[in-house]
Design a protein around this ligand. Structure first.
Ligand code: PMT
Length: 223
């Protein structure tokens, strides 16, 4: 129906920033609060969907009426998402996933030693790209956190990761990106820019993303 455009749909959303441990007390992470991911979850729930959020480190309030799966690292997020991918209708990758993690995770606290020490990092698996390669009927939405040249990087990520839609935000802009209550988003599909939205609450931005996704999902079903 018009009010519940995602009724009967299973929606899987990732939120927050992954935590990549160096030793038992130290880690690499980023500024993601989970606000964008949880706003998407609340909006999808209100649209009638059955919502699961795979969340790494978050500080934002967790909405009622959703299932929450806690993970820490990019690797754990990959596992949690892959095990739920097949039964999902719509997957939204709003988490800020580490691109690199420490090669070694020390068993005990790393001791202070020389004036300079080296930290060796290795690439993590790209979760969105993995989903893009494996998708069958799932509708896939990626995000892109950029600091300029949005159109170029967004289209590159959409194509490489085979997303159906890509939501880009310039995280260097005031009122956009990490830990803000608002966002300024541009939504792309394979043909280019679909919507360039003004600043609005993350909940309103989430509703715009989900409205577009639900329309596109219905069109695909009708084919
Ligand atoms: O949580 P908030 O404080 O509300 O902040 C919201 C946000 C800025 C985190 C959000 O709006 C956002 O932009 N999320 C994506 C952050 C990100 O990792 O962007 P990216 O451009 O580095 O990655 C592109 C896409 O690939 C993303 O969908 C990301 O989830 C995915 N990715 C990246 C690396 C990796 N190893 N696996 C992935 O799946």
């Amino acid at each position: 129906s018009a009010r519940k455009p995602l009724a009967g749909k299973k929606v899987l959303i990732t939120a927050g920033g992954t935590v990549e441990r160096l030793d038992p007390v130290r880690y690499l992470t980023n500024d993601s609060s989970g606000k964008m991911g949880f706003a998407l979850a609340a909006a999808a729930r209100d649209f009638g969907a059955d919502v699961t959020v795979v969340a790494a480190k978050t500080t934002a309030k967790i909405p009622d009426g959703i299932s929450l799966v806690r993970v820490e690292s990019a690797e754990q997020m990959l596992e949690a998402v892959l095990s739920r991918f097949e039964q999902s209708d719509l997957v939204i990758k709003s988490a800020a996933v580490a691109d690199y993690r420490p090669v070694v995770r020390a068993e005990s606290k790393i001791k202070k030693s020389g004036d300079r020490i080296m930290l060796e990092l290795v690439k993590t698996t790209d979760i969105l790209q993995t989903l893009g390669e494996r998708k069958t009927s799932q509708f896939l939405i990626g995000f892109a956190a950029e600091t300029g040249d949005l159109d170029h990087y967004a289209m590159d990520k959409l194509q490489r990761k085979r997303a159906d839609l890509l939501v880009a935000n310039d995280v260097s802009e005031d009122g956009a990106g990490f830990n803000t209550d608002t966002n300024i988003i541009r939504i792309y599909d394979k043909d280019g820019l679909v919507e360039a939205l003004p600043i609005m609450s993350k909940l309103d931005a989430a509703k715009r993303v989900l409205k577009l996704a639900s329309e596109r999902m219905t069109q695909t079903e009708a084919k």
